[in-house]
Design a protein around this ligand. Structure first.
Ligand code: SAM
Length: 279
């Protein structure tokens, strides 16, 4: 018998393919919740069967969320309401953010039970920098909107993560190569499932690979950050310093140029003093 849960909202991450990835804590919460808000009750029923439980489910998806949300929020005052999506972490390209927002506004307890997320799993597979990353969800499907969305992030110095379908993969990879430059990337497919793979290469190589053979299954694209600009030359630094010294004292000129050209401020300060002496 599971312990009675305190009232509130429980955000429960579920597997993205391999049922073995459901955490014991997630299973316990799902088995004890008074109600589970689900995207598709058939999908969640399968998961509940897997852990040998049956709980009342309330559909909560893009088409009924506004109508259903107030009732769920009211129930959280006295009942434990769990939120799941069909796969992975709720709220990540899935419904739930407004439910959490309103649960907080109503003063209810909000608890997260973290677990699988395709974006993070793909990031760990691709072998690209992980220190800064930007999750973009799905790109727009219309050509101009897609190009605009790509242009908006072209200068971001971070690894980019996108969700995509097999049918649109090659078109998106081509648009990404055009808008971002031909960066290194990874296409992670069917993560945690039998045919899991992560194919790496440049965006244009990957676009060519998938152009005639749209892959089956679920896909995440991971793209390397833009390469660092070539370091400024001594001549560039001198020119920038000379210009800055017309407006600023040496220390400030050195500081400004160091920041703009990403050069060492102390060395630039010494150079600025020498340039001042020469004039
Ligand atoms: N909330 C989910 C999560 O935490 O990853 C994502 C939901 S979003 C509606 C579904 C998309 O996630 C799929 O179209 C695919 O791009 C990606 N995805 C989900 N499972 C995946 C898997 N096993 N392998 C690769 N991509 C996956």
């Amino acid at each position: 018998m599971n312990a009675k849960l305190s009232p509130g909202l429980y955000i429960v991450a579920t597997p993205i393919g391999n049922l073995g990835d459901l955490s014991p804590r997630a299973a316990e919460i799902l088995s004890s919740a008074d109600a589970i808000a689900v995207e598709d009750s058939r999908v969640t029923a399968g998961l509940l069967r897997h852990i040998g439980t049956k709980r009342p489910m309330t559909p909560y998806h893009d088409h009924n969320a506004d109508a259903v949300r107030p009732g769920l929020i009211a129930r959280m005052g006295t009942e434990a309401v769990a939120l799941v999506s069909d796969a992975g972490t709720p709220l990540i390209s899935d419904p739930g953010y407004k439910l959490v927002r309103d649960a907080r506004a109503a003063g209810h307890t909000v608890v997260t039970i973290p677990g699988p997320c395709a974006a993070i799993a793909a990031l760990t597979l691709a072998g690209l920098p992980t220190d800064r990353f930007l999750f973009l969800g799905f790109l727009p499907s219309k050509q101009q909107a897609r190009a605009d969305a790509i242009a908006e992030v072209a200068g971001v110095r971070a690894t980019l993560i996108l969700y995509e379908s097999g049918q649109r993969l090659a078109v998106s990879l081509t648009a990404l190569a055009q808008g971002l430059g031909d960066r290194e990337a990874g296409v992670a497919r069917e993560i945690t499932k039998r045919f899991e793979e992560c194919v790496t290469g440049t965006l244009s190589m990957l676009a060519a690979r998938y152009a005639d053979a749209p892959p089956k299954g679920e896909i995440v694209i991971v793209i390397a950050p833009p390469s660092a600009p070539a370091p400024a030359s001594e001549d560039d630094a001198d020119a920038a310093l000379a210009e800055a010294l017309n407006r600023l004292p040496p220390a400030k000129a050195a500081g400004e140029v160091a920041k703009r050209l990403r050069l060492d401020r102390k060395a630039l300060y010494a150079r600025a003093l020498a340039m001042k002496d020469d004039t």
